[in-house]
Design a protein around this ligand. Sequence first.
Ligand SMILES: CC(C)(COP(=O)(O)OP(=O)(O)OC[C@H]1O[C@@H](n2cnc3c(N)ncnc32)[C@H](O)[C@@H]1OP(=O)(O)O)[C@@H](O)C(=O)NCCC(=O)NCCS
Length: 172
Amino acid sequence: MWLREVVEADIAPLHAIYGDPAATQHMPFAPRTLEQVADMVREARAAAAREPRLLYALAVLDAADQELIGTARLRIDAEQPHCAELRLGLRPDHWGRGMGTDLVRLLLGFGFKQLGLHRIWGARAPSNLPAQLAMLTAGMVEEGVLRHHVATPDGWRDSVIHAAVEDDWPGR
Ligand SMILES: CC(C)(COP(=O)(O)OP(=O)(O)OC[C@H]1O[C@@H](n2cnc3c(N)ncnc32)[C@H](O)[C@@H]1OP(=O)(O)O)[C@@H](O)C(=O)NCCC(=O)NCCS
């Protein structure tokens, strides 16, 4: 599995994730249109050029054939630049084979070793069992619940916060 910067050519393969109702079920937004994904890619390109850089919106590639199979983001907190929020998603035909867990590990390694971060956290829906297990197995402990964190069409949704800090991260 590889990570690289997103490029304009990624819009259609990214839409296979961000436009998919199953993949976005636990994300804090409705499935995106192709045009909305194009806007996301443009924002990601602009963010990559900014100094200091606060957003790493990356494409996840299958190591075997370099196909785009997922998306991974680290958003650095401008006021606490040692902290970043992680988000990730894989195309549904790649779920359940350990790749989500590998992706969390890869992102933590990138954040801690290459970006010099100290704390990386992620929020998940309480019912998102694969995300829970992937983050726990990769060493992101559960820290607590943000009540009514996300507005959904069905009402307020809590988020469970996971985090790894550099001191106790298993991959250090
Ligand atoms: C979250 C996500 C990245 C996990 O990826 P994945 O490749 O399916 O995860 P893994 O195969 O590494 O599985 C992680 C764990 O969940 C379990 N799991 C996977 N799918 C499952 C399912 N449908 N039901 C129950 N358990 C499941 C696996 O057995 C594994 O458990 P283990 O560590 O005890 O073996 C993927 O489901 C996804 O992209 N979801 C949509 C976007 C999303 O929810 N992002 C996360 C927001 S925080």
